[in-house]
Design a protein around this ligand. Structure first.
Ligand code: DON
Length: 328
């Protein structure tokens, strides 16, 4: 869908096109190599998309290019677990504290033996094991359908990425066995891991991520299809955990500089949420050492400054900028 057919370009369209131009010449960082199949990504690809909570879509660059969702699946599976089990039950097995460590760190909270939060691999694997426990062999189809409802279209997964990650996922297996040792996951750890590898291989494009982010921003309702995807309380919990833990050991700096909930993935996607206003997504596979997209981070810092999106911006545009900026 193209909402920019007016003769005069919409201000938001102009802003993202300018951003895209500024950062496409940035060639810093490398494509993730630890999952061999991810190395096939074209490092030149760069897409930026915004979806407002009124369903307006603005996009520029390679926004149709599909890539595996990777860790951006984590807030969505966390949301699904909250819907099924409720916060109290989920909290028995996964914490809500930033770890300050790498996403794949083999570490649990010393005091509780729980993973620190659902955004690091240990927490995400625990959440996925809970989904497997509840849904059994139907879990993947239910998950795919749920992600599709958030994106507003039917999604598929990349068989090759799934196989590649399953073949090389020894670190995640080690994490799963540590979790099993402390009783944080059930005995069916192999099928739960298999589900986690498949969840990471779900294919999305930049527009899908922006729509998913807009669905969360719009209190859980997809702004285009009007489908209710997450309940109100889950949305609050999803955004809180993304705000404090979504960018791993860069989460503090991200909160300081961008000031909105976000989640990154090693394939180069990034989604950010402006509560009650819009979803933002970028795709660029060149990553920094922490596994976050370099162009994505730069573009979001600039977008946040330009539009005053930071939750604590003195203009407080983050809670009302659509009324200020979007006049068309
Ligand atoms: O568990 C893994 O290693 C990946 N499938 C997901 C990691 C990921 O995307 C981390 N994000 N930056």
């Amino acid at each position: 869908m193209n909402t920019t057919s007016n003769i005069e370009k919409h201000q938001l369209q102009q802003i993202i096109e300018d951003l895209h131009k500024r950062y496409e010449s940035n060639h810093d960082g490398d494509v993730a190599a630890y999952i061999p199949e991810l190395l096939k990504a074209d490092p030149a690809h760069f897409g930026v998309a915004l979806v407002t909570n009124k369903g307006q879509i603005f996009e520029t660059g390679n926004t149709n290019q599909e890539f595996s969702i990777q860790s951006i699946s984590k807030p969505l599976t966390f949301g699904l677990a909250l819907e099924i089990y409720g916060q109290d039950k989920v909290s028995k097995y996964v914490g809500i504290e930033p770890s300050g460590d790498a996403f794949n760190s083999i570490m649990l909270d010393d005091n509780t033996n729980r993973p620190f939060n659902p955004m690091v691999n240990a927490g995400a694997i625990t959440v996925t094991a809970m989904l497997y426990e509840h849904y059994g062999s139907e879990a993947f189809d239910i998950m795919l359908n749920h992600f599709g409802n958030a994106a507003g279209r039917e999604l598929k997964f990349d068989e090759e990425v799934y196989k590649s990650e399953s073949k090389t996922g020894h670190r995640n297996r080690a994490i799963a066995h540590l979790l099993l040792n402390f009783g944080m996951v059930h005995e069916n750890i192999e099928p739960a891991l298999d589900l986690y590898f498949k969840q990471c291989a779900i294919l999305v494009n930049t527009r899908d991520l922006a729509m998913m982010a807009a669905t969360i921003a719009n209190v859980g309702e997809n702004p285009v299809t009007s489908k209710e995807v997450f309940g109100m309380n889950s949305v609050r919990n999803i955004m809180s955990i993304m705000f404090t833990c979504g960018m791993y050991d860069f989460s503090g700096e991200w909160a300081y500089k961008v000031g909105v909930p976000a989640k990154s993935g090693v394939s180069g996607g990034l989604m950010a949420i402006v509560n009650r206003q819009m979803g933002i997504a970028t795709y660029s596979p060149r990553l920094d050492k922490r596994g976050n997209s370099i162009r994505g981070i730069n573009a979001c810092i600039e977008l946040s400054n330009e539009l005053g999106l930071h939750a604590f911006d003195y203009l407080n545009n983050g809670s009302s900028f659509l009324n200020i900026i979007i006049k068309k």
